[in-house]
Each structure stands twice: as structure tokens, then as C-alpha cells.
Write a protein that binds this ligand. Structure first.
Ligand code: ATP
Ligand code: MG
Length: 204
């Protein structure tokens, strides 16, 4: 009988919209860490984006489903959309632990930019006990991840990992600006997401 743990990646984000950078990063982490699946978790009300205009969750959720459906290891969770109030990762991870049971390891996937803010995340010390963090970085660009790891001492060394990925210079902010200016977003988002953005008149 196998006693190996199930390994689940969590890719949290606003996904406004989801783009190739998110997908390439999640797939790279999945392969490197031999994850059974990656759950994409669109945030309903991201604490760090209060005050800025975020597209209604239903659109972001649908685009995330369309972008991920062809990968048999990628799934979308509406867990943060069903909860009211702000989306805190600690609440999400606790809910996922309840749902999947103790024989599961969680790997929270982030871009390097998000790791910089990690010390300010709610209950970060507890969060580092409950899941690993995998920070995707461009090769050669790892200095402040090291600082964050050092800040958390032994726990940081255990729980925060970095993975060099071919990080793409793509952001949702840039995509929204491109649509607004009538510039092409081809090959930066999956075709289905591109079609959906135009059909629903998003980001104009
Ligand atoms: P915005 O510009 O609106 O902030 P974003 O492109 O940063 O959008 P988010 O939904 O904020 O996308 O990001 C979700 C997660 O994906 C974060 O951990 C972020 O660091 C990571 N991420 C975003 N873009 C990339 C990329 N091009 N390569 C690797 N990781 C990325
Ligand atoms: Mg961002």
C-alpha cells in the first residue's frame, strides 16, 4: 500500500483576467513538485486590491475555468467566492484542509512579487505551518525571496521554496490596458479568454 501524500497546488489570484503567465507558472510548479493537481482559486475581494475596481467575480471565474479546462490536472475552486468578506489565504487553506483531510500537502504558488508582501499576510506564521509556498522567480532575480526566508528563520527555510521559471513579462494590468487602448492581446491569454473579453465587453 502506498503511503504517499496527495499533493495539491493552490494558485490564488484575482485573475482579472487569467493569462499565460499564470498558466505557465502553475504548470512548471506542478511538474517540478509532482503535484496531483492545481486548484486555481479566484479571490472575491482581495485585501490588497481594496479601492481598485475589480471585475465581477462571475466573469473572472468563467475565464479561469475556460483557461484551465484542457489541462487534466488543473481545477478551479469557487471557495473564496462562496465566502463573503475579504479573501484571506489562511481561511482558504484551512477550508481546504477540512475538505481534503490530513493526508494532503498544500503548495501555495505565487509569483515573486507576491512573496515580497508575505510578512504582512494574515496569520502568516500559522500559514507557513499549514502549507509550503513556492515562489516562481526569473533566474537571477532571487534576492528578496532570500530576505523573506531569512526573516522567518527555520520556518522560512522549511516552508518557502523558490523555483526558477521562465517568468513571462505579462500582467493582468497590462492586458486590461491593452484592451482599453484597442491593442492586441493575442497569445497573452488563451483564445477562449480573449473571445470572452470581447464578447462581454470587459476592460473597455
Ligand atoms: P494584476 O496586474 O491585476 O495585479 P497579475 O497579473 O499580477 O494581475 P494576479 O491575479 O494578481 O495577476 O496574480 C495571481 C498570482 O500570479 C500572483 O501570485 C502573481 O505573483 C502571479 N503572477 C502574475 N503574473 C505572473 C507571471 N507573468 N508569471 C508568474 N507569476 C505571475
Ligand atoms: Mg498582481
Amino acid at each position: 500500500m502506498s503511503h504517499t501524500k496527495t499533493k495539491i497546488g493552490i494558485m490564488g489570484g484575482t485573475f482579472d483576467p487569467i493569462h499565460i503567465g499564470h498558466l505557465v507558472t502553475a504548470e512548471a510548479v506542478r511538474i517540478e513538485y509532482n503535484l496531483d493537481k492545481v486548484l486555481f482559486v479566484p479571490a472575491s475581494n482581495p485585501p490588497h486590491k481594496q479601492g481598485s475596481l475589480v471585475t465581477p467575480a462571475i466573469h473572472r471565474y468563467i475565464m479561469t475555468v475556460m483557461a484551465t479546462y484542457s489541462n487534466p490536472h488543473f481545477f478551479v475552486s469557487g471557495i473564496e467566492l462562496e465566502r463573503s468578506g475579504l479573501s484571506y489565504t489562511i481561511d482558504t487553506v484551512r477550508a481546504l484542509i477540512d475538505c481534503y483531510g490530513a493526508n494532503t500537502e498544500f503548495y501555495f504558488i505565487t509569483g515573486a512579487d507576491a512573496v515580497k508582501d508575505l510578512p504582512s499576510w494574515r496569520e502568516i506564521e500559522n500559514l507557513l505551518d499549514l502549507c509550503y509556498f513556492v515562489a516562481a522567480t526569473r533566474p537571477g532575480c532571487i534576492s528578496y525571496i532570500d530576505e523573506v526566508i531569512k526573516q522567518f528563520g527555520a520556518k522560512g527555510r522549511r516552508s518557502i521554496h523558490r523555483l526558477a521559471t521562465p517568468e513571462l513579462e505579462i500582467s493582468s494590468t497590462d492586458i486590461r490596458e491593452r484592451v482599453k487602448k484597442g491593442r492586441s492581446i493575442k497569445y497573452i491569454v488563451p483564445e477562449s479568454v480573449e473571445d470572452y473579453i470581447y464578447k462581454e465587453g470587459l476592460y473597455r
